[in-house]
Design a protein around this ligand. Sequence first.
Ligand code: AMO
Length: 428
Amino acid sequence: MLRSHTLGEIPSLQGKEVRVCGWIHDIRVLGRIAFIILRDRYGFAQVTLIRGLVGKEKFRKYTKIPRESVVCIRGRVQKSEQAKLGFEILPEEIEVLNRADSPLPLGVADKVDAEIDTRIENRFLDMRKREILSIFEIRNIILQGIREYLLANNFIEVHTPKIVATATEGGTELFPVKYFEKNAYLNQSPQLYKQMLMAAGLDRVLEVAPAFRAEEHNTTRHLNEFISIDIEMSFANEEDAMQMLEGSIVNAIRKLKEEREEEMKTLEIEWDVPKLPFRRITYDEALEIVKNNGIEMEWGEDFSAEALNALGSELQEFYFITRWPMEIKPFYVLPDGKYSHAFDLMYGEKEITSGAQRNHIYESLVEVMRSKGLNPENFEYYLRAFRYGMPPHAGWGLGLERLTMIVTGVKNIRECVIFPRDRTRLVP
Ligand code: AMO
């Protein structure tokens, strides 16, 4: 074993001999004494180097180790009034496992704010910063909180293909791929597959997987590859799906408060567990709010960025928009005259989730497809599932990065992906 403990475990080990490993965060030399700050994912430790104890030679050698080098330190943990953390490590030996070049392309200990491009090019260094790591610790807890809630509600986690033959969310945002002799695409959403699994009798499915959208526009809330948390549930309507969604989000925020207090402090964010049920407003009511804010919008249009800002200025909370016009919703949504059984979950001006009760009646589905200019023959593999016993069903798709953005308060969605894919970025 390279290390006996992580730095998170050290504070409770006063008086013990330990071997800890990590990165050199900083070194301060004050004459005959030096302080090395060691860092790992779990915390920091002050390593106090006293020349009289370690000897001249080692003192010189150790204080010259470049910042961000990876080292292992053998020593004794000791209570300390002076140390910021309340304890220190008195080292016997420091072993350099990997020496960092200098200068660093991106500082880790310093407060200098680099441009996001420089940061992403050096993401492995960027993520060593506490405030960046915290975003991903929180993203992870949100995902676990949602998954935990859904698994407890009998959802089965599945994986559906990402190389597919047809579009689901409108034809313009597809990435084509060559699939031997055929043309294929990267999947925009597991929509059609999760619905087919309702015909398979799985009753409740969950998928967490990448979705690909060839978004032409470089915005702060669009990615070309994002993680979509998808559910589909049988014998359910949109209200059942909305309850499953608000329950998942409340569980995620509860878990966050319980398990990531430190990270929330680092990011200076606070959350109260939202009250259930979330507010529900209809599309027509939302349209009224937009118009009352002096913005022109016709019934049947989607909300523009400006319209969303107007909604956001009045609704700084989680809320659903229900009863959307069918003409702006996808073919698989269950129509209700000129309205539909679709909903979106919003927070302020940001959309986090779309969902709906689906159209499970074969003839009606084919008719809607035709009316939207789609050729049912291209969807034969999907439509078959509606002819031999398809239960009524509902579901939703939630963008993990959008939710992480809201919870952490970061302004750019790229902050919520380790290696983002946007209009111009393909590496790292
Ligand atoms: P929709 O297309 O609204 O619905 O997508 C669902 C959710 O996915 C997220 N999202 C994105 N996140 C980052 N970058 C993007 N380019 C991007 N596009 C979408 C958003 C959005 O709310 N099949 C339906 C879901 C369903 O009805 O079950 C669908 O894909 O958070």
